[in-house]
Write a protein that binds this ligand. Sequence first.
Ligand SMILES: [Zn+2]
Length: 265
Amino acid sequence: MDMYHLKQIPSEAQIRKFLRRVLFGKNVFCPECRSRAVFRYGERYRCSRCRTKFSLTSHTWLHGLRLPLKTLWLVLWCWTSQVPVKQAADLTERSRQAVYDWYGHFRAHLPHNPVILERIIQLDEAFGQGWTLMMGKQQGSRRAAYAFLDDPNPQRHHAVFFAQSHVKPGSRLYTDGSGIYQGINRWWPVKHGTDIHRKWEFGKTSEIEGLFGTMRTFIRRMYHHATSDKMPEYVREFCARFSSPEIFESPHRYLSETLTLVPPR
Ligand SMILES: [Zn+2]
C-alpha cells in the first residue's frame, strides 16, 4: 500500500473535530432535547436539562463503535479507495471478518437514491443461482438502475415492472432479443429496439454489457467471491460507486453524506 496515503490519515483530535462539525455545527447540543446547556467530560457530554449522556457518535449509526477513530478512518479509506478485504485486513491489522463487517456497515449506510433513466436506455440481465439481475444504463451517462429478482427465469411482468419503476415514459429502450421484452411498449410507453446476439449484433447494448463486466471485476477483486445472498448488496454498492462517485472521493465526503443525528425517540 502506498504510504503517501497513510500519512493523510488524520489524527484522533482532527477526526473528532470533523465529526463535531458535521453533526453539530458550531456548538454541541443535546441530541435528545436539543438544549445547548451541555457539559463536556473527557470525550463525552452530558445534557444539564434532560441529563442525557452522549458522545459525538452515540446518536449516529456509528454508535457502539469498537474501533479507535483512526482505525475506523483507515478502514473507511480502504473501502472508499476500493482496497480488497484481504489487503485492508493486513493494512489495518484487523481480521478479515472485521473488515468485511465494516465494509458491510459502510455499504448499508449509502444513501438510497431512486434512479429514473431517460432518453436512450440499454437494459440487460445477468443470472446466478436462483436469481436474475436486471440492470439498465442511460446511454452516454453514469446513470444506472437495477432490480434484483429471486427468480432465475425472468418473465415479462418483471421487465414491465422494471420499466415502470426506472424508465421515463417516451424513452428509447434497447435490449437483447429476449422474449420478455417483446411488446413491452404495450405496457409502458417506450420505443423498443433489440440487438440479436446470435446475429452478432452488439452495438445497441454494448454499454450495459460493458457495465456488467466492470461489475463482475469489481466484486471479484474487492470481495473475492460473492454468495447469492450477498449479491444484492454488492450490486447496490457497485451502482452507487458508478452513479455517485463523489461520495467515494474521501472518508470526509462519505461521512458528510451519510452521518446524521438519529432523531430523538
Ligand atoms: Zn437534553
